[in-house]
Design a protein around this ligand. Sequence first.
Ligand code: 2P0
Length: 329
Amino acid sequence: MSNLNPVSAVAHPNIALIKYWGKRNVQLNLPAAGSLSLTLDGLHTTTSVHFDPALDHDKIAINDEILSGSKHQRLSEFLDLVRQRAGISHRATVITKNDFPPSAGLASSASGFAALALAASKAANLDLDPTELSILARRGSGSAARSIHGGWVEMFPGKDDPNGLDSYAVQLHDESHWDLNCLVAVCAQGPKKIGSTEAMMSTAETAPYYPAWIEDVPKTLVEAKLALASRDFSKLADVAEASCLRMHACAMAANPGILYWKGITVDLIHLVRQMRQEGTPVFFTIDAGPHIKAFCTAEAAPKVSETLAAVPGVQKILHATPGAGARII
Ligand code: 2P0
């Protein structure tokens, strides 16, 4: 066995404008429909991996917390995919740090598994291309497949390959295509009540609207891609808000209903729509939590940030711009 050196990689979170909500295969983590996202600069996950013959188990730390139990198992099983592919059995030391708050409604699993896929594969002396990396990252977390790439990204659900090798993300436009900014209005602290994996499963099993939601996504995705290619803000705003509201409507229709919003979430929806009606180019999206992510032009960002920050209950505003894909550092 050749020397296995430590490798570090960095990746950014991404926010979906056309939402991923539902799996067609849980074991391979295959999404039931496509999605479209923007990778965000200014927020980083940095991960270093060292496969070390001296270890008898994986040692994994995230933000200085040594993992155990199910969290450890999830990452260790992910490392098994890399070990199998590389034909190695060494255990690894994994050290991960996020520079954004864990409860800010930014899925750290997206940047986390993107950085881990890249660092671990390189540390195992594998040389995967971006598509292979995206497929690998997807096994950790569906949204992580998108964070391999910078800029505007489309995720393919795949269809025919029994091993899911046709389900990966591609870059549609790089980060210089359109300087939209994303302002995250952090509305509440504390971990979410129901994780997105469990919530997706429950939605698929119990929400009567689920088939209609999945059937609608391809059409919405085409509309979003056209709006994005022509930088048509108003069309992108309409289709992104529709995707977000349909995803949440479907989750609310589960049994028991899944409701991530707080009162302030609804207040901010109205505020963003009012700003847009009054001429400010801004729209909202919401993930599996109460926070509002406001997308706006770079020129409008200071005003949008100030307006959202002034709402009682908004704890802070994170400001992100289009970012690059996962890379070795
Ligand atoms: C998205 N979300 O498209 C959607 C919108 C949350 C709301 O992808 O089960 O952590 O690990 O594949 O990627 C969050 O789900 O789920 C997510 P798994 P993931 O960004």
